[in-house]
Design a protein around this ligand. Sequence first.
Ligand code: ZN
Length: 323
Amino acid sequence: GREMILKIHARNKPIDSSVDFKNIARLTSGFSGADLENLLNEAAILAARNNRKRVTMTDITESINKVLMGPQKKSRIITENDKRITAYHESGHAIVGKVLTHCDVVQEVSIIPRGMAAGYTLSRPDKDEEHMSYNKLIDNITMMLGGRVAEEIFIKDVSTGASNDIERATKIARKMVTEWGMSAKLGAINFGSSNEVFLGRDYQNQVTYSEKTAAEIDSEIDKIIKSCYANAKKIITSRIKEMNTMVSVLLEKETIYFNEVELIMKGKTAKQVLSFMEKEEIRNKAKIEIERAEAELERAKKEQAIRIKTAEALKNGGVINNE
Ligand code: ZN
C-alpha cells in the first residue's frame, strides 16, 4: 500500500531512477498517506537545496530520518574524543542489534548529531508487526544497553550519553513486569503502575499492591535489565574486531548504511569497507553525470523537433522554400 501511495505522489516530481520505492515502503512502517506525501516533499526540497535536478535515494532516506529523529546538526562542534566515544557507543548498538535475531534491521549508523542525540543507530522493521513479543522486547532492551556496554569495554569509562537508552530500557522492563504479565514470578497481573488518580490537590499514583509486591516488582525489573546487560556484554566482547572496524569507518565517513554494516559483520577490514564506499560514491557520481547528459540530449532533441516543425509550417505557408 505504501509503495503505491509513494508512486502516486512521486508522479509529478523528478525522481532519480535509483530510487527504490519498495525499500522506502519498507523503511516507512507506520507512516500515514499524508506522512508519505510530506516525506517526498521534504526530499524534493532537500534535492533543490543541494542543486540536484532529481530526488535521490539519499534525499529520501535523509527525510525519513528527519521525520523520525529531527534534522542533522552538522554545524555542532564536536571534539575528537567525543566523536570516538559516540562511535563506540553507536557501534555497540549496531552490532548487538545485528547479532540479535528479534531486533529490527540496522539501516544506518551515524556519529553526526541529530536532535538531542550525539549520534544514532537507525533500525527499522522490514515488515509491519503490531505485536511486541517477549523475545523482541528483551532483544530491544539488550540493543539499547549495547551503547553503554561498548563505552564500558572500550573507553573504560561511561558517559551521560546513554541516559536516554537507560530510561527507555527501564520503562520497557517495568511495563513487561507490571502491565504485560511477562514476569514468571509475578504472573499475568496488572499492577496499575499508570493509574493516576486525583486526590484533593494533586495527582497521585494509586498503589494497589503491598510493599512486598513493590519490592518484587523492582527485583524483577532489575533481573531483566541485568540479564540483558550481561548478554550485550557477551555479544560485544566476542566481536572486538568488528567493533574496532566499525569505529574506524565511522570516524572516517561519519555515516554508514546497511551494506557497510553487512561487510563489517562478515569480517572485512576497515580498508576494504572504505574502498567499497569510495567505489560506490564514484559509481553514483558517474550515474548522476550520465543521467544529466541524457537529460541534456533529450532537451536538445525536443528543441530540434520544434525547429523542424516551425520550418515546415513556414515552408507550407510559402514563407520559405527548400533552399
Ligand atoms: Zn545510545
